[in-house]
Design a protein around this ligand. Structure first.
Ligand code: NAP
Length: 343
């Protein structure tokens, strides 16, 4: 069995990781840690886990690791994650980091997006950006995976196959995206209070949300091989989980784009291209590690892509486990389901 630690186990992504690890045939949860909740029983802070590891005590983030930990998931806020990751790597652990701390090989982008210099610049060169379907080989041979952000996952998966062609006008891509409130994490904030969010929808993060740097950096690195601008407006909407990205595209021969996507993802268990003209909804992917993609052609030069993920699964814990499976040469689908919960 692979011994696993979850840092940030009292948060939403941490809770999802623990649920997935519980169902993984080759992983065993050995260590959990938290910030303010350190010292409490896991069962006390996570209502969802039943008796599974309920008696584990949440360690302080700096406490010594339990014996036999081979793999750590760090689901901590950006900035706080980097030092923990450095310590874990030094102890010989392999790490999947769910924060933004290692997603930017271009450290200027990290500084511009997060308003501070990178806390561990030397480590960024060994991190592999964990967009699983695009980086399998590199993920399999690294000790540090930077798990992608939820919005970038929902945008890059549908966009990259088209960016690799010469059909897309790369200067005319616009992304409008929506997220459920679990995307903002469990720590209380005024903007996610019931009274502020219920019956309301709001744009935020403008003029330039942090994830725009990540989308642009990896659209260039994995897609078009040149700097690209992707204007992006996120919205928070009154639902618990789910993310929908609407991507407006301009270029040549859009009627051929569905086939390009369909071919690229034909053998992927966690990316589904819907029949031409059919559009996905967040309800169809909730609880699953799937990204559903739809495309509608508007006219000879314009099309709209729509993609949906569960922000806590393909957007966070699910993709993190998919990456861990790749790191340890396990079945990539182990512990993960492409099926959602419905209704
Ligand atoms: N939510 C999503 O949909 C999503 C998607 C993709 C990526 N992510 C990323 O995943 C990470 C976790 O997100 P989340 O939504 O799970 O956040 P969250 O619900 O707010 O949980 C954060 C976790 O980190 C712990 N923590 C906070 N500050 C800490 C510190 N200074 N030292 C040690 N532990 C600390 C918290 O412990 P206490 O509560 O005990 O203080 C909690 O366990 C973030 O980097 C986030 O950007 C989240």
């Amino acid at each position: 069995m692979i011994g696993v630690a979850v840092f940030g186990a009292s948060g939403y992504a941490g809770a999802e990781l623990i649920r997935l690890i519980a169902g993984h045939p080759e992983m065993e949860l050995r260590h959990v840690s938290a910030g303010r909740m350190a010292g409490k029983r896991l069962g006390e802070v996570l209502p969802s886990i039943g008796d599974y590891c309920a008696e584990l005590i949440l360690a302080d983030g700096t406490a010594p690791l339990a014996d036999g930990v081979d793999l750590a998931f760090t689901a901590l806020p950006h900035g706080a994650a980097a030092a923990t990751v450095a310590r874990l790597l030094a102890q010989g652990c392999r790490v999947v980091d769910l924060s933004a701390d290692f997603r930017h090989p271009n450290l200027n982008n990290y500084r511009d997006a997060y308003g501070t210099d990178h806390p561990q610049p030397a480590l960024t060169t060994q991190a592999v950006y964990g967009l699983s379907e695009w980086q399998r080989e590199a993920i399999g041979s690294t000790n540090l995976v930077a798990n992608p952000g939820c919005y970038p996952t929902s945008v890059l998966l549908p966009l990259l196959p088209l960016l690799q062609t010469d059909l897309l006008n790369c200067d005319r891509i616009i992304v409008d995206a929506k997220s459920g409130t679990s995307g903002a994490g469990r720590s209380p904030k005024q903007t996610t209070l019931f009274c502020e969010i219920n019956e309301s929808i709001a744009a935020y993060g403008l003029p330039r949300h942090r994830h725009q740097w990540e989308m642009e950096e990896w659209a260039e690195n994995l897609g078009c091989n040149r700097p690209i601008s992707i204007p992006f407006t996120p919205h928070i909407i009154p639902m618990t989980r789910g993310m929908l990205a609407t991507i407006y595209l301009h270029g040549n021969d859009p009627s051929s784009w569905h086939a390009i996507l369909d071919q690229r993802y034909a053998d992927e268990p966690f990316v589904r291209v819907l029949p031409a003209g059919q559009l996905p909804a967040t309800g169809g992917v909730a609880g699953s590690n799937r990204c559903d993609i739809g495309i509608v052609v508007r006219d000879d030069h314009n099309a709209v892509l729509v993609s949906c993920i569960d922000n806590l699964l393909k957007g966070a814990a699910g993709q993190a486990l998919q990456n861990a499976n790749l790191m340890f040469a396990l079945d990539e689908q182990s512990g993960l389901s492409p099926l959602g919960v419905w209704p």
